[in-house]
Ligand binder design. Structure first.
Ligand code: PEP
Ligand code: MG
Length: 885
């Protein structure tokens, strides 16, 4: 029979699938002997069954009974006992952290009778007991029974107005007792029944509500954003309540064993005296720095520091912690390996190596290509000394600017119009998620580094400044020091320093990019972040089996990619060389009526091409350069049919006909295709237009010979696009070989000839094609397009949103390789190609070459290299190393 409930002492940190992150780590802390309140965890499996069947799995209720009885025995109290009640919290906790997205109900077990028992436990503190009770009704009403939260807020507001006070804390026990009566009325009005007095019924309903909160809109949205699978379900933790709101010797806080923003060692966190758990994370009150706890309660502070180092030593990583102090007694409510910024991830991984906690391979698992990409974003250039409007807490780094908006809905609407916005809020809550996703950055006036805004922004890699408490936020403007900033005004926020500027501040390259470029400001050379990146990149390069090349088609791009560590060019798209001033030459080629006219046009293009190639070969001296023969349909270089037709008609009407325009129009008509992507392009062009490929091959070979003559070492590889049958390749190859032999002579230059594998038929006949190819390069853009039958230029906006919504795929297959379908074609082609020609060189040059997930796949398949845009080269290098360990 399944087991659905685990006591904390029965679990461990490796059981996250079943117990969720929170439950698994509470179990781990319990078994480490740390002060964790008693409790038990209901598994994700129980949640999945509840969501599938709409009721509890058989046997769950009995198991809960058993574990509750054991908890009551340990605590020496019975749930909701009028004389001396045990109260519990009911907390969600999925495998992956989803901060604030699901529900929690505190103080379960309170009712009209046990509220007095609680007061006695608290030394006759009626105010505390009635405040706890009204919180339960409010939380339970909202979470379990969908009572609109505003109605409770209104009742609370009215109680304060009636009494003529401003703060909740100014309400006394009698006021709160009256408020409970008012809350109960709100509850009954909306639910049609009284607030449940039976403690066990409260518990059951709260557990079900937490299960259901897995499918709350904001949780669904968060999962989609973070790519968390939709079917995992949440575990539910039932934990004996401890109270941080019992007076000044109580409190609650959040701590990090290192700074999650920068990785610096030290004591980081926020503390709120006389407050209950959620108050800190909600960012509702401004908190004290954790270090201040030393002055308030040195004993608890020292104990906490001791526990923090125990946890670091145990997890070998940065941990974050939630704790509560109840009348001088410290309790641990949660720990986990903490989220951190990209910079902190690198810095901490390097620190942990220094401290002997982890080795280099392990360190590589602690960072990712996505984080490295974030570190390559530009920073603000403060050379002009822009005046800072105010300063908050740098909660999630980055440099963002945009128009100010004050609501999530406005942020979403503005983003849909393509405007960049900064979402400005007093604090954020989970309902703001859609706006946070849409905005460039988030600015809040309240809350610390652990507030909702900070945690969620860091998780998304979005710039965030929080707790800028000089800001007064109104409905459609905010003011700071007499300066008013209105909706639509542009501000800039620096998520590293916490500075806020009026207007848009210019940006400069990040120090990590400077490091890759080799022009790092010497003052930054020893920065821990740069040193960490250097250390981990060096290790990744040493570990990687895949080489990383770049897609580049100009000398400067090639040079930059080489500085970024590219080991050659995997794709030089020659068509760019047909644009700009050269368009006219291409037109001449297309309009040519005789061999002579065509040869003249080609003859004019050839030296230009040769010069382009020489530039690139020079920059990549000694490294392979794959030049792809022209691929797109030639009509892409001609004017549009509609425009030209109108132009010719107008000219005719005016009696100003031009023979050239009419010939052009006829050519455009002749070349018009309904499905150009499946039409006259790639190798087909080479077979149809005499001399076109020959001109390019000659230019490549001549450029290589020219570099060799300069003493360089060119390594050209000619790549034929869109091949679907070996005969196509053989035909092109025969002509190319003749030209190469003629040009190269005895210069010693060697030119390889290979093909792209981007038509499914090529993948399926790879064994035959390999007979005529010295290398394959997978063009996964076209291969995806043709395998799925998705037009790569149209689908993203047209219907992918619906596919993503339905979960047909979790991410566009043009972004991250579809392993099952397109990946299978890659596997077949790699295996059959290599079987036919052992040692066949295999690479990939589609966009997927720079996608971290896909890089891991290409490593698995055993390709020789991936090729990606220059800026993604470091990301691919890191991922190639990570894939190999
Ligand atoms: C491809 O199809 O994957 C490819 C690299 O070629 P292009 O994107 O130029 O069609
Ligand atoms: Mg292609």
């Amino acid at each position: 029979m399944s087991k659905f409930v685990y006591d904390f002492a029965e679990g461990n940190r490796d059981m996250k699938d079943l117990l969720g992150g929170k439950g698994a780590n509470l179990a781990e802390m319990t078994n480490l002997g740390l002060p964790v309140p008693g409790g038990f965890t209901i598994t994700t499996d129980a949640c999945q069954r509840y969501l599938a069947e709409g009721h509890h799995a058989d046997g769950l209720a009995a198991e809960i009974d058993g574990h509750l009885a054991a908890l009551e025995t340990t605590m020496g109290r019975t749930l909701g006992d009028p004389a001396d009640p045990l109260l519990v919290s009911v907390r969600s906790g999925a495998k992956f952290s989803m901060p604030g997205m699901m529900e929690t109900v505190l103080n379960v077990g309170l009712n009209d009778e046990s509220v007095d028992g609680l007061s006695r436990q608290a030394g006759g503190n009626d105010r505390f007991a009635w405040d706890s009770y009204r919180r339960l009704i409010q939380m339970f009403g909202k979470t379990v029974c969908d009572v609109p939260g505003e109605e409770f807020e209104e009742a609370l507001h009215k109680a304060k107005v009636d009494k003529g006070v401003k703060d909740d804390v100014q309400l006394d026990a009698d006021d709160l007792r009256a408020l409970v009566t008012a809350y109960k009325k709100v509850f009954a009005k909306h639910t049609g029944h009284d607030f449940p007095q039976e403690p066990r019924e409260q518990l059951d309903l709260a557990i079900e509500a937490v299960f259901r909160s897995w499918n709350a809109d904001r949780a669904v949205l968060y999962r989609r954003q973070e790519r968390i699978p939709a079917d995992l379900g949440t575990a539910v933790n039932v934990v004996a309540m401890v109270f941080g709101n019992l007076g000044p010797d109580s409190g609650t806080g959040v701590a990090f064993t290192r700074d999650p923003a920068t990785g610096e060692r030290g004591v980081y966190g926020d503390y709120l005296q006389n407050a209950q758990g959620e108050d800190v994370v909600a960012g509702i009150r401004n908190t004290l720095a954790l270090a201040d706890l030393e002055k308030i309660d040195k004993k608890s502070y020292d104990e906490l520091l001791g526990i923090m180092s125990t946890l670091e030593a145990h997890y070998h990583d940065l941990c974050d912690i939630e704790f509560t102090i109840e009348r001088g007694k410290l309790w641990m409510l949660q720990t986990r390996v903490g989220k951190r910024t990209a910079a902190a991830a690198f810095t901490i991984a390097a620190q942990l190596i220094d401290e002997g906690m982890i080795d280099l391979d392990e360190a590589l698992t602690r960072v990712s290509g996505a984080q490295l990409a974030q570190l390559m974003f530009p920073r603000f250039d403060l050379a002009g000394d822009p005046a800072s409007l105010t300063r908050g807490v740098g909660a999630s780094p980055g440099a963002a600017f945009g128009e100010v908006v004050f609501s999530a809905a406005d942020a979403v609407a503005a983003a849909a119009e393509g405007r960049q916005v900064i979402l400005v809020r007093r604090e954020t809550n989970p309902d703001d998620l859609s706006g946070m996703i849409a905005a460039q950055g988030i600015l809040t006036s309240r809350g610390g580094k652990t507030s909702h805004a900070a945690v969620v922004a860091r998780g998304m890699g979005k710039t965030c400044v929080c707790g800028a408490d000089e800001i007064e936020i109104g409905r459609d403007q905010f003011s700071v020091g007499g300066q008013v900033v209105r909706e639509g005004d542009v501000i800039s926020i620096d998520g590293t320093t916490g500075r806020v500027y009026l207007g848009s501040v210019p940006v400069r390259p990040s120090e990590v990019v400077q490091y890759f470029e080799g022009d790092l400001d010497p003052a930054l050379a020893n920065e821990p972040l740069v040193a960490a990146v250097h250390l981990l990149m060096t290790h990744a390069d040493g570990a990687a089996a895949l080489k990383v090349r770049t897609n580049a088609d100009t000398g400067p791009d090639a040079a930059r990619a080489r500085r970024f560590g590219a080991q050659g060019i995997g794709l030089c798209r020659t068509e760019h060389m047909f644009l700009g001033d050269r368009r006219e030459l291409v037109e001449r080629l297309i309009l040519a009526r005789t061999d002579t006219e065509r040869n003249d046009a080609l003859g004019a293009l050839q030296p230009l091409q040769r010069a382009d190639f020489l530039d690139i070969f020079r920059e990549m001296n000694g490294l392979p350069v794959t030049v792809r023969l022209i691929d797109p349909p030639l009509h892409e270089f001609l004017p549009s049919l509609e425009e030209l037709a109108v132009q010719v008609a107008v000219a005719k009407a005016r009696g100003e006909e031009s023979e050239r325009d009419e010939r052009m129009l006829a050519a455009v008509r002749r070349m018009h295709e309904s499905n150009p992507m499946l039409g006259l392009r790639g190798v087909r062009l080479g077979l149809v237009i005499p001399g076109l490929f020959a001109m390019q091959v000659r230019a490549i070979a001549e450029a290589a010979v020219a570099l060799a003559a300069e003493g360089g070492r060119p390594r050209p590889e000619i790549m034929v696009p869109l091949v679907g049958a070996v005969q196509e390749l053989e035909t092109v190859r025969a002509e190319a070989e003749k030209i190469i032999a003629e040009v190269v002579g005895d210069s010693g230059v060697k030119v390889l000839i290979g093909t792209m594998i981007e038509v499914p038929r090529a993948a399926l006949t790879a064994g035959q094609i390999a007979e005529a190819a010295e290398f394959f390069s997978f063009g996964t853009n076209d291969l995806t397009q043709m395998a799925w039958g998705f037009s790569r230029d149209d689908v993203e906006g047209a219907f992918f949103w619906r596919y993503l919504e339905l979960g047909i795929f979790g991410i566009s297959p043009f972004e991250s390789l579809d392993r099952d379908g397109v990946g299978r074609l890659v596997r077949i082609a790699a295996a059959e190609g290599r079987a036919a020609r052992p040692g066949l060189k295999l690479g990939v040059c589609g966009e997927h070459g720079g996608d971290p997930e896909s890089v891991h796949f290409f490593h698995e398949v055993g390709l020789d290299y991936v090729s990606c845009s220059p800026f993604r080269v470091p990301v691919a290098r890191l991922e190639a190393g990570r894939a190999a360990i």
